[in-house]
Design a protein around this ligand. Structure first.
Ligand code: MG
Length: 383
């Protein structure tokens, strides 16, 4: 079996605040088998055209003619041949993630088995937490109503996002905390937009509310600040959705920069590399809760990841993207209606188990980001 064709299928789909883009990888083998991967650059794939060009121009020539079932050698080949030109992080690793997932999908389809069974299955369903929107987007009861389908389906942890109006956001969060009751864990995402003095003020408030973790509070490269924060914060600090490859995660762990690590198979280098990161993190006493914030293939990949690592007992579930999931894939159903006791079942089909609706993706071709005139130079939540 040889790879005959590798194509990036990029799409832009309506979403509440503005349309969201996604980047899929369509890999076709010479026997006609088609595998699908997906690359995420943090939330969907905002720069899908850029990542797609990397897939088609840099990675496809390395893959065509090779056996797609040789996933690990192909991963090493992609990194080895691009590292000294395109780097070993960010866009090229997003692209490599998507291509690696497509290889896994074909490998599973060729074997007639779900990918999790090629990796070693440890569970049939994966507990998820509801990853929700920015606190500034609505009043407390609106947030709880938005979360309701997940809560009714047995989800027992939710995450909300702090923005520039963090003082009023914290008041909204306190009210939500009260409305949810004691049985629900609450986490907060800071999206790297605060400075250390502000974060130290915020974590005191978060500790009072019993918040489980504070995610990406400081710029990821403010390493000394993060190390100081982890030492001083009463609330565990989470990083990992922008740590690429095991070497990045190892550096983070050895410096003690996170107590919760969040690799994503569609972001940080693919499924096998995410597993290596997760298994390695166990030795540091760090909890691993994979990040997930893109389309149905990325979600499937992270479900297979979580179902194949004993220590992963929770996965991010970005339920506001559910409308796109049902648009982009005929099956499985990934929306809150698919949750059983707060868990997503591992897809039963071969490969990653997603029946991608290629026609639906092509009906909404990718549109590059619109003009950003008037936006501030950098999003800083301190003000
Ligand atoms: Mg995040």
């Amino acid at each position: 079996m040889k790879i005959a064709r590798v194509e990036a299928v990029t799409t832009t789909f309506p979403h509440e605040r503005e349309p969201l883009s996604y980047c899929f990888v369509r890999m076709e083998a010479d026997d006609g088998t088609v595998g699908w991967g997906e690359a995420c650059d943090s939330f969907g794939c905002s720069y899908a055209g850029v990542v797609g060009a990397c897939i088609e121009q840099a990675l496809a020539p390395l893959l065509v003619g090779e056996d797609p079932r040789d996933v690990e050698p192909l991963y090493a080949k992609m990194r080895g041949w691009t590292r000294r030109r395109l780097g070993d992080q960010w866009v090229v690793m997003h692209a490599i993630s998507g291509a690696e997932l497509a290889c896994w999908d074909i490998a599973g389809r060729a074997a007639g088995a779900p990918v999790v069974d090629l990796l070693g299955r440890v569970r049939d369903r994966v507990p998820v937490y509801a990853s929700s929107v920015f606190l500034e987007e609505g009043p407390p009861d609106w947030h709880v109503a938005l979360l309701r389908p997940c809560l009714d389906a047995g989800v027992t942890a939710v995450k909300l996002r702090l923005g520039t109006g963090w003082r009023s956001d914290l008041e909204t969060l306190a009210a939500i905390r009260g409305l949810l009751g004691d049985g629900i864990d609450v986490m907060v995402d800071g999206n790297e937009c605060f400075t250390l003095p502000t974060v130290l003020e915020i974590v005191g408030r978060l500790a009072d509310l019993g918040v489980w973790w504070f995610e990406e509070p400081l710029l990821q490269h403010h390493r000394r600040g993060i190390e100081e924060l982890v030492r001083r914060s009463p609330v565990p600090v989470a990083y990992g959705e922008h740590l690429f490859g095991l070497h990045d995660a190892q550096d983070c762990l050895e410096r003690g920069q996170a107590l919760v690590l969040q690799p994503d198979a569609a972001v940080v280098g693919g499924l096998a590399e995410s597993r290596r990161i997760a298994l390695f993190a166990e030795h540091f006493g760090v909890r691993v809760v994979p990040h997930c914030a893109a389309g149905p293939v990325a979600l499937a990949a992270n479900v297979h990841l979580a179902a194949s690592v004993p220590s992963i007992s929770l996965l991010e579930y970005p339920y506001p993207l559910a409308e796109f999931w049902s648009h982009a894939a005929r099956s499985p159903e990934w929306g809150p209606g698919a949750l059983v006791d707060g868990c997503l079942p591992v897809p039963a089909g071969p490969g990653l188990g997603v029946d991608v609706d290629e026609e639906a993706l092509r009906r909404h071709p990718h549109v590059p980001p619109p003009s950003r005139a008037g936006l501030p130079i950098r999003f800083v939540g301190d003000r």
